[in-house]
Design a protein around this ligand. Structure first.
Ligand SMILES: [Zn+2]
Length: 200
């Protein structure tokens, strides 16, 4: 993103006007020369996406059971607690292996967030659950892995589109991200700087 002619922007720190020339734009930043400021203004990020885009979204991607594609679960925006307990947001069936279920009542937590810079959703996974009342962390009994790497205690990781989440070392789900269509995203763009200031 760049400017091809001289443009006035508002300093991100002191809010006074700065003249940006095309050469500054190529450098990716400009120093504010107003007295007592001197802030480095980034010119590389010129817009972000408004989080309002997520309101009314019917679901935010899904988890599909690898052993049976007809078993899948829709994710919601925000915290998804996944487990076999009725107190989980996504209640899984008790998958049995030699008459044993390896998934805990509240096994792992998948947080669906909006990344305003990319305009897409992020899927952050943590083994276990943070108990809301006590604020304490309770891990699952048999652990959680992403693409066969087991998560460490309280570790939080971003699961990529198509990533495999294994619960209790045996039951695996494929994560499918939801992606906002480009045409829709464009209507939620909020410009940060290169718009010439029209307020004064
Ligand atoms: Zn300034």
């Amino acid at each position: 993103m760049g400017v091809f002619k001289n443009t006035l922007i508002q300093c991100q720190q002191c809010r006074r006007k700065i003249l940006v020339k095309p050469a500054d734009s190529e450098r990716g930043h400009i120093l504010c020369t107003h007295t007592g400021c001197g802030a480095v203004n980034s010119l590389s990020a010129s817009f972000y996406y408004d989080e309002a885009i997520v309101t009314g979204l019917p679901d935010c991607g899904q988890l599909t059971y690898l052993n049976n594609a007809s078993v899948w679960f829709a994710l919601r925006f925000g915290i998804n607690i996944i487990g076999v307990g009725s107190d989980s947001t996504i209640q899984l069936p008790r998958f049995l292996h030699n008459n044993q279920c390896y998934i805990s009542r509240q096994h792992c937590t998948l947080n669906v967030l909006f990344d305003k810079w990319t305009g897409q959703l992020r899927y952050q996974l943590q083994d276990g659950v943070v108990l809301p009342n006590a604020g304490t962390y309770q891990p699952s009994k048999n652990g959680t892995a992403v693409n066969q790497t087991k998560l460490r205690f309280t570790e939080l990781i971003d699961v990529p589109d198509g990533g495999l989440i294994t619960l209790g070392g045996i039951d695996t789900f494929r994560l499918s991200h939801y992606r906002f269509p480009t045409a829709l995203l464009d209507t939620y763009r909020v410009h940060l700087q290169f718009d010439p200031d029209q307020t004064e």
